[in-house]
Design a binder for this molecule. Structure first.
Ligand code: NAD
Length: 438
């Protein structure tokens, strides 16, 4: 069967639902937006129109959105091709809604759930066969309009025409960068991105105790390694320590036994204390950084020094040319090099051990990190820049085991994960395949 998405029923008009509804309407699709009450749906449309940055490309797209409530209007989903669930992150609430909607949708429609962390197998377990074949996870990033990444996760029973229809709509109509992930905890982007953050907090501690200022940690873990300027602490401020705490708790329960990430699911004591006193980040007007406004109105940036446990003015940091150079800083024999190798290098090695667990190939992982976390290069592209042979030599000299994909590379006698100017990539079986168009 070939399926095509031309109309979308979005269930839940919160942050994600309103973003998906607005983007779909902008793409010319007819949209139905249902929420707990008609008033909630109306309020959602109102937010779409007034939110900053605007949810709509074209304000006239709002006219393509029909509103309703779950209670009175669920049967209307029979007229729509894609039933897109975007309600609260609660397994039973989601399952309840799927049980109600399944008899009401038409044959040939496709279904998706927007979950950040609930396994699809738990959502679809025991559901009718038609639903198990027609459902995927569509993991959009917030804000939907801006973030390019959309992770598409089929379940064990999902048929290929469902995945193809949604990939086609999301890539070609919504302009998303579609990445194929597996039904594993946090999928691709958040699995690797959260490992960077949570392991980073623990690993950077040693550097801080040895006297490295936090500003320098952020300066090293940003441009020199191809990451956005927020670095480590700035990124966690943006996300919020409360969210990171929930992520850690979810990882603790759902990471597979033996996963390196299990060592970093809890905050170090200093960050735990910050969480407990509500020092959560930007949304709480202060986390690791804050903007201090003096009585005379003068603004200054302050940093919460984790070693002294007190606020102080943020200092400018100078990195040497060697510390700014990606190819040298990872291997440099000084505290700065050690930090980069431990935190960023550790993240690259973690990613290199996750094929085929979270994705079938290096391309999907690289794209997820570029499109979802703003990395200049994905982990395997960055390993290529560092020279995988050099990384292998360092690991072997340190008596460390090689992560899966570095082992594949070594056994295949390859020198990089991409060749032919990025046109081909190294597969898990050590052969070369063409990189699909972005
Ligand atoms: N916000 C993000 O950054 C983000 C990113 C990726 C995925 N997600 C996931 O997307 C989903 C929606 O998240 P969100 O941020 O839009 O949430 P939100 O809190 O902004 O919106 C939740 C929606 O669910 C509705 N709702 C509340 N209680 C309900 C109930 N008992 N039954 C049915 N509907 C109910 C609300 O009215 C609202 O429309 C969640 O599963 C979340 O984990 C969120």
């Amino acid at each position: 069967m070939t399926r095509e998405v031309k109309s979308v029923a979005v269930l839940g008009g919160g942050t994600m639902g309103l973003g998906i509804a607005a983007a779909s309407a902008d793409a010319g699709a007819d949209v139905l937006l249902l929420d707990v009450t008609m008033e909630a749906a109306e309020a959602s449309l109102d937010r779409m129109k007034n939110i900053r940055p605007p949810a709509f490309e074209d304000p006239a797209s709002a006219d393509r959105i029909k509103l309703g409530s779950f209670q009175d209007d669920l049967a209307l989903i029979a007229d729509y091709d894609w039933i897109c669930e975007a309600i609260i992150e609660n397994l039973e609430t989601k399952r309840d809604l799927f049980a109600k909607l399944e008899p009401l949708r038409r044959d040939g429609s496709v279904v998706s759930t927007n979950t950040s962390g609930i396994p699809l197998k738990d959502i679809s377990e025991g559901m009718p066969e038609r639903l198990r074949k027609d459902i995927v996870v569509t993991h959009f990033f917030n804000p939907v309009k801006i973030m390019r990444l959309m992770e598409l996760i089929p379940g064990a029973d999902t048929t290929e025409d469902v995945t193809t229809a949604l990939a086609d709509f999301c890539a070609n109509k919504l302009g998303k960068g579609v990445v194929y992930a597996k039904d594993t905890v946090n999928f691709i982007g958040n699995r690797i991105g959260c490992f960077f953050m949570l392991s980073g907090l623990h690993k950077a501690r040693a550097a801080l105790h040895a006297g490295m200022p936090m500003e320098k940690v952020d300066a090293l873990l940003s441009r020199p390694v191809g990451l956005p300027p927020t670095g480590l602490y700035g990124l966690i401020d943006l996300i919020g320590l409360d969210i990171m705490d929930l992520v850690g708790k979810n990882l603790e329960v759902n990471l597979p036994a033996g996963d390196v990430g299990l060592g970093f699911t809890k905050f170090p004591p200093e960050e735990q204390a910050m969480l407990e006193r509500g020092q959560l980040g930007r949304k709480a007007k202060g986390g690791f950084y804050r903007l201090n406004i003096a009585e005379d109105g003068t603004k200054s940036k302050e940093i919460f020094d984790l070693t002294s446990q007190s606020w102080r003015p943020q200092e400018a940091v100078e990195l040497t040319a060697e510390q700014q150079n990606t190819e040298t800083v990872f291997f440099a024999d000084h505290a700065e090099g050690q930090l980069v190798w431990d935190v960023m290098g550790g993240t690259l090695l973690y990613a290199a051990d996750l094929v085929p667990e979270i994705a079938d190939d290096v391309v999907n992982i690289d794209r997820a990190m570029r499109w979802g976390f703003g990395w200049g290069k994905g982990p395997f592209e960055l390993l290529d820049q560092l020279n995988p042979t050099k990384v292998i030599a360092k690991l072997e000299a340190d008596g460390k085991e090689l992560p899966a994909m570095l082992k594949v590379l070594k056994d295949a006698g390859a020198e990089s994960f991409y060749r032919n100017e990025g046109a081909e990539y190294l597969t898990l079986s050590g052969t070369w395949e063409a990189v699909p168009a972005e």
